[in-house]
Design a protein around this ligand. Sequence first.
Ligand code: EPZ
Length: 416
Amino acid sequence: MNQLSITGNKTLNGNVIISGSKNAALPILFMTILTKEKIKISNVPNLTDIQIALKLLIHLGAKIKQKNNLQIDTSTINIFNAPNYLINKIRASIWILGPLLARFGQAHISLPGGCKIGDRPIDLHLYGLTQLGAIINVKGKYIHAYIKGRFQGKYIFMEKISVGATITIMSAAILAQGLTIIDNAACEPEIIDVAKFLNSIGANITGAGNKKIYIQGVSKLTGGKHTIIPDRIETGTFLIAATISQGYIICHQTEPKHLKTVLMYLSKSGAKIRTGKDWIELDMRGKRPKSLNVQTAPYPGLPTDMQSQFTLLNIISQGIGIITENIFENRFIYAIELIKMGAKLKIKNNTIISYGTQNLIASNIFCSDLRGAATLILASCIAIGITIVNHTYHIERGYDSFLQKLNKLGADIKII
Ligand code: EPZ
């Protein structure tokens, strides 16, 4: 899917079922390398990033059955090299490094790829692994890593909060000798889900979700089952869809606790919100939202993965709103496309100042990353006229059945 035709001026109303979290499923898939026993994982979203992760595991020698759930057997892994054509497609592929080293003592992988939203270095991942005893050489585009015997547990202070590096260090510390403490760890719900999965197969992790994570190394892991948490960014994106179109939505099979900050800002913007154990209802009662001043921050702050959606909200709101992006330095490319649609905004360093526009106008626009693509599709659903959205393959990386779900809410999206 590369090009869409979207007839706009729609109000999005109805029910949507939220899929499993991409950013929890990806690391958990790679963590299966740590055990020789079989793993079943359910609520895995159907996404191209997940398919690439599975291809990588199969390339290493794992056996995978895809039924209602995923059945993964990594006992047959016998390759420790991961080629560029698979690795450079997704950032998450860096997460095979820790598990391969922990189980086999060596890993040779190409540098990872992913959305073009900034430099995205991997120094913190490599720092953490080296602290635990790995010897790492980066030659050209390849990382060659070795460890003699087991990783050795250690206190590690993270100078910068990183979701990815916290997961990498966790993956290495699970089978290490002794205690590892990750200080200034990322606290995202996806980290808690990874820890929950690992503990369910015999790891000894405490404190996940807090600034300090304690990992007492164990000598081996077992098999088991795990259900992936709901995708909080998909949920937030659908809540914004209803907010900007002055609509009404109920998101089902989600986790309201993971969206506290997002919900707080949406109610500030005028949305009436109710939550239950696994659902969120949002009602704009036909009113235009009010603009917001928000900053992205590590969890529990506003997720950077919701930054573009909140910018769209500001663009069509009453009043002047300011969005500050504090995590990635190049995450505003989508905004240029919104200007083509009539958005009135100024970009200054890491902030977007928007001056509320009542209506966006259809145009011919281009997506350049996953969350930006979701935002441009939502913008097209409310713009006046028919928008042609190009390079929409980005959306399939991170949103399961996005177009079908939006069409069910009243959008008119056709694949060209
Ligand atoms: C994860 O990326 C997510 N990706 C991102 O989601 C998300 O935006 C991000 O966390 C922040 O929440 C996956 O889970 C696959 P980080 P990650 O390490 O782990 C810097 C999406 O759209 N940094 O927390 O790569 C980095 O440049 C995606 O679903 C270093 O300097 O993010 C950034 O400024 C996009 N050195 C900051 O830390 C490193 O070694 C936080 O990045 C690693 C990161």
